[in-house]
Design a protein around this ligand. Structure first.
Ligand code: CTP
Ligand code: MG
Length: 233
């Protein structure tokens, strides 16, 4: 694949320690084959191609063999034990990276296998001016607030965004923010953790291809095309 402009150096965390209960597959979804390769392998390969070093993959305690099999032949990744929640898995991987002290880190869900290099480039560019950056997409449907079977309100979709991963951070601020987090045990994502600690999170354009494999139907659908240039109106 032709490589365009070189990217600044960055480390990556891939969280792959979940159980994948909603997907209802025979194995946790990150190890299930998807378009010819285990789900987790797609994003680790994309990160390697983009130059991420090191890549820390958080996995469940009993999944070491499965993970090495899924990533067989690849160099440049390290496994760490994940935690009970996604947030704990991220925190463990950040603590592991402290010894390396990278300048920036991308935190990515293993369950989002199609990872466009262009999104990585946009995120890293935004880190020049912000402590964090996340890929987002517009909301196309109108929104209703649900209350007991009836609509109790609405929200202005123009002000809302769908948030994806990878999320990019300067390493020092995101490590400190995770250590200080006082919110619910499982934060929705790492951008919320950084914001709670006062960090500013830039929004960059995401990509529909980054859709998270969540339910069984997602495993039989077409590989999403990488599309860019979606508008926000
Ligand atoms: N994850 C993790 N550690 C956890 C829980 C989740 O590393 N304790 C990871 C998952 O492996 C996944 C990502 O976080 O790559 C997003 O989570 P989600 O889609 O909810 O995956 P699961 O928790 O595995 O699925 P489910 O909620 O359906 O059980
Ligand atoms: Mg989950």
């Amino acid at each position: 694949m032709p490589h365009s402009t070189p990217l600044p150096p960055f480390a990556a965390i891939v969280v792959a320690a979940g159980k994948g209960l909603r997907a209802g597959q025979a194995a946790p979804k990150q190890f299930v084959p998807w378009h010819g390769k285990p789900v987790v392998r797609h994003s680790v390969e994309a990160l390697l191609e983009a130059g991420a070093a090191p890549i820390v993959v958080a996995i469940a305690q009993d999944a070491e063999k499965q993970a090495h099999e899924a990533l067989t032949g690849l160099d440049g990744y390290e496994l760490v034990a994940g935690g009970e929640t996604r947030q704990q898995s991220v925190a463990n991987a950040l603590e592991h990276l402290e010894a390396v002290a990278p300048q920036s880190v991308l935190i990515h869900d293993a369950a989002r296998p199609a990872l466009p290099r262009a999104v990585i480039a946009r995120l890293l560019a935004a880190l020049a001016d912000h402590a964090g950056a996340i890929p987002v997409l517009p909301v196309v449907d109108s929104l209703a607030i649900a209350g007991d079977g009836v609509m109790t309100g609405s929200a202005d979709r123009a002000r809302l965004r769908r948030v994806q991963t990878p999320q990019a951070f300067r390493f020092g601020p995101i490590l400190a923010a995770h250590r200080r987090w006082q919110g619910p045990r499982d934060a929705g994502d790492d951008a919320q953790v950084l914001r709670a600690a006062g960090g500013v999170v830039a929004l960059v354009e995401g990509d529909e291809a980054l859709k998270k494999l969540t339910v069984a139907e997602d495993f039989v659908s077409e590989r999403p095309a990488i599309r860019t240039g979606m508008g926000f109106d």
